[in-house]
Ligand binder design. Sequence first.
Ligand code: AMP
Length: 397
Amino acid sequence: MLNKKTVDDIDVKSKKVLVRCDFNVPIKDGKITDENRITAALPTIKKLISDGGKVILCSHMGKPKGEVKPELSLAPVAKRLSELLGKDVVFAPDDTVVGENAKKAVSQMKDGDVVLLENTRFRKEETKNEENFSRELASLADIYVDDAFGTSHRAHCSTVGVTKFVKESAVGYLMEKEIDYLGNAVNNPVRPFAAILGGAKVADKINVIGNLIEKVDILIIGGGMAYTFVKAQGYEVGKSLLDEERIDFAKEMIKKAKEKGVKLLLPVDTVIVKEFKNDTDFKTVPISEIPADWEGVDIGEKTRQIFTEALKSAKTVVWNGPMGVFEFENFAKGTYAIAKTLSELDATTIIGGGDSAAAVNQLGFGKKMSHISTGGGASLEFLEGKELPGVAAVNDK
Ligand code: AMP
């Protein structure tokens, strides 16, 4: 269990509470196109309102790199939040984030009121965790609550620096839920515990493989990163994705899995193409027979069967990274098969953020999973076994 203070452990009545949310939502033509991150923040905000706190929200959006970019203003978030909460959310449009508008709005707050500050990354100090901006943020509030799991792997002013200058800090419900799911899976899993890793980049997930191989019963590797393991087994991979520098690491992991009795499953067949597009000729070949000028874009049918069969016994599953180029309909079968299998399991199923979350939602299985993480990078770092600075900075219970 998380040993950090949560919003259930603090008394916020009539106090000013600065809440770091992750409102980094996609916006097109001024309209929010996916509001999952906003709705995920509502339980904490509602709790603080009903406890009589003065709720000051802050977040980053996109990468303005310390400059004021009107298209990355949080104004549309304030509007949508007002609708979702059924109450006025006062937006403080300061280019400096903690400016005259913010100070005035905060000074006029009554218990249960909500104010939203401008994009914290309009300040160049934010991503450098510089003291001056941390102090400015803290000057608005008595208590700090961190509910931004998606940014908890970054030590910034609004996630780490600010905690030094407030009287008390706690995590919000979203943060608590994310850490409970991921933490229980990794440290205290109901077994058999299976991890499924896919996607394009071995480099990004190398430490995840290294950490999880110590903990899981079944490790399934598919997607673009599988071909580095295929090469490590001594087969040619044609034009498939290959991380030459990690072939030795892949060999080491294959050896380690044997030593530890971990069931490591790699593709035995693959769908291959000559041209990287949806509408092109494709065929399925055994993994040892990829021709030199073809590339693998999905796991084959036999592999789908082996992977899904192995998952049927699992009681805890963590999944990060698609099994193929799921964005192309012809090559989404492997990813679909895994998503469908997980949706039917009597097990705790946890989907890492980013592409895997997008794939599961796009394929219509989102609601059937136990937990879909709101943080791609943060969930990967958690699975690597790293301490998340945004969580570490919060007061212990
Ligand atoms: P990642 O960010 O590492 O999780 O990678 C996700 C991306 O991997 C998705 O955009 C997929 O299209 C891509 N991907 C999965 N399998 C393959 C493959 N066999 N070849 C190329 N790209 C792939």
